[in-house]
Design a protein around this ligand. Structure first.
Ligand code: GLU
Length: 266
């Protein structure tokens, strides 16, 4: 009788412990915290990249492939870190969705024109800087807007949700009206349709738009610093270290410059 009762208690306690441990800590969809271990086990690394940002990450409609600096760099980093054992895969992120997709384990690393800043460091971990951009303005050629000081009351500036650009512009030109879009393709379409007087984001992204439609141009130089980093789920120090080590090797070997020069002409 006593033994039976004891065993019942033991069973209940073990079940409770198992349930509790299952709930402990943040876990991704596969229930694992160590992203580097998961990458090695799955033999694939999922990068979150832009699909609509010419020069950095753009889906080519004729091939279905994503192309750009962020794609080539992440591919080279994966090769450097894992040789041919791990296959790089790509998932689309936008400025608004990238942190959520990292935290729910849908992507392992975000390489998507993402500025390193203190605010974001509370949510994710970043590698060293891999590219330096700065915020600027894109306008129709012949526009009366020549720089930040021309953004007055009644001027409409287009930006993208979840970007530092949308935050910064409100600070730098508090009088102006800011309209926010889901992604850069939508924002540029709106600019072309005359729905705004200027589009603001990093110069590096605006150069891609200028290349796509030369009736638009960058004006006024840059007015912020936007150092890009690769973001990973918070706490994955080993993955950050591995990425930093690979980035340094690519820089030392000249491979980084080769990739950069292929995409970035300005
Ligand atoms: N680099 C800026 C940012 O991280 C703007 C580009 C983007 O929206 O990805 O917010």
């Amino acid at each position: 009788m006593f033994l039976k009762k004891f065993m019942k208690i033991a069973l209940v306690t073990t079940t409770a412990a198992l349930v509790l441990s299952g709930c402990g800590g943040e876990k991704d969809s596969k229930g694992k915290n160590d992203v580097l271990a998961k990458i090695k086990e799955d033999k694939k690394i999922v990068f979150g990249v832009k699909y609509d940002t010419r020069l950095f990450g753009l889906k080519n409609p004729s091939t279905g492939q994503v192309e750009g600096f962020d794609i080539d760099l992440s591919k080279a980093l994966a090769k450097e870190m894992f040789g041919n054992d791990v296959k790089p895969e790509y998932i689309e992120v936008t400025s608004k969705t990238r942190v959520g997709l990292l935290n729910n384990g849908k992507v392992d690393a975000v390489v998507a024109t993402m500025t390193i800043n203190e605010e974001r460091k509370k949510e994710v971990d970043f590698t060293d800087v891999y590219f330096n951009a700065g915020q600027s303005l894109l306008v129709k050629k012949g526009s009366k807007i020549h720089g930040l000081s021309d953004l007055k009351k009644g001027t409409k500036v287009l930006a993208v949700k979840g970007s530092t650009s949308a935050v910064n512009i409100r600070e730098k030109a508090p009088e102006t009206t800011v309209l926010e879009f889901e992604n850069y393709a939508e924002a540029f379409t709106a600019l072309k349709a005359g729905k705004g007087d200027a589009l603001t984001t990093d110069d590096s992204i605006l150069y891609g738009m200028e290349e796509e439609d030369p009736s638009f141009e960058l004006v006024g130089g840059t007015f912020t610093e936007e150092p890009y980093g690769i973001a990973v789920k918070k706490g994955n120090i080993q993955l950050v270290d591995a990425l930093n080590k690979a980035l340094k090797t690519l820089k030392d070997s000249g491979k980084y410059d080769e990739i950069k020069n292929k995409w970035i002409k300005n």
